[in-house]
Design a protein around this ligand. Structure first.
Ligand SMILES: [Zn+2]
Length: 326
């Protein structure tokens, strides 16, 4: 797997180290440098004073430029979330309410730039884009929960945030641990990891850390094959076998399943039900509904989606939900 998936977008380029000096500087050079250093410090101090006093004036008068309010709000919001650092939504909160209606489930794959020649570049969502999407969701009042929490509310009288959403991550790519986990944590949210039992990019310790942060572990078969093309034994192995494997390896319940490449038919659904799963996610676009536990629609977020596409998907889903009278 290409190693640059782990590289952070927007990070400054690494500079090669300078060769070591042969001789030390002369006294004159040292003094000149000290004077330059003192001069630069003075300039910085003056600049800071100017900035502080001018921003203070802005606050006092209540007057701000057009670009100020969102920026200021964003910084304050991020600082607040970072300070808490707790995944609050791993457990029900005081303002949660009963919920039996449809819930949007987002589907993500790799977070980062596609390496050259990547077979599905559209499945790589930029990291800045991802952060913006998470910020946008929170600003619109959405709160991420796990699919198990949704099912608890749908079928067992549990409660959900006023605007619940599920964030699902397929296959098990490294940036889901290195980037999605800390990003979601800033918002107090947990995701759902649809993990391919063998051959994913995640280490066992990565998956354990995600589970410890409240993430739900869901099965995504062992080898990521098209289930509609398998014979009964192989189907059983991929569907029931992956559940057993994950439960044994991680010591947590695995209650949900995700169809590889969204491929399923009646036989596959029967195998999933028979293996004891309580739900299964597809790649059909729409909101997930309690009446279709083994055909839970999702909204696939792609490289070109950005915040705009996410907003449109959610709006369309809400529209469809309203038409259904749900
Ligand atoms: Zn997959």
């Amino acid at each position: 797997m290409p190693s640059d998936w782990d590289d952070d977008e927007g990070m400054p380029e690494m500079r090669p180290e300078r060769p070591a000096r042969r001789r030390g500087p002369s006294r004159g050079q040292i003094w000149r440098r000290r004077l330059v250093a003192i001069g630069s410090i003075a300039v910085v101090v003056v600049a800071v004073i100017i900035v502080l006093t001018s921003s203070g004036r802005d606050d006092d008068s209540g007057k701000t430029t057009a670009s100020h309010p969102p920026q200021a709000k964003k910084v304050a919001h991020k600082a607040k979330k970072k300070a808490s650092g707790k995944v609050t939504n791993a457990t029900p909160q005081a303002d949660w309410v009963p919920h039996r209606g449809p819930v949007p489930i987002l589907e993500y794959h790799v977070l980062g730039h596609p390496p050259e020649g990547a077979p599905y570049p559209e499945l790589y969502v930029g990291r800045t884009d991802f952060e913006k999407q998470m910020d946008w969701l929170e600003e619109r009042g959405y709160e991420a929960v796990t699919l198990e929490q949704v099912q608890e509310a749908w079928y067992h009288g549990g409660k959900l945030p006023p605007k619940p959403i599920v964030l699902s991550f397929d296959d098990g790519y490294r940036p889901q641990f290195t980037f999605a986990l800390p990003t979601l944590r800033k918002h107090g949210w947990a995701g759902v990891l649809n993990l391919k039992a063998e051959g994913s990019d995640l280490y066992e310790s990565n998956v354990k850390a995600m589970i410890a942060a409240g993430w739900e572990l869901a099965a995504h078969t062992i080898h990521h094959l098209d289930l509609t093309e398998l014979g009964p034994e192989e189907l059983e192995e991929e569907v029931a076998g992956s559940r057993k494997l994950l439960q044994k390896e991680y010591g947590v319940p695995v209650n949900n399943f995700c169809y590889p490449a969204g491929q399923f038919d009646e036989t596959v659904v029967k195998a999933v039900e028979g293996a004891g799963y309580t739900g299964a996610t597809t790649e059909i676009s729409g909101f997930a509904e309690r009446g279709k536990p083994f055909e839970l629609d999702r909204l696939e977020i792609l490289r070109e989606s950005h915040v705009k596409g996410l907003a449109e998907d959610l709006k369309n889903g809400e529209g469809a939900t309203a038409e259904l009278g749900a």
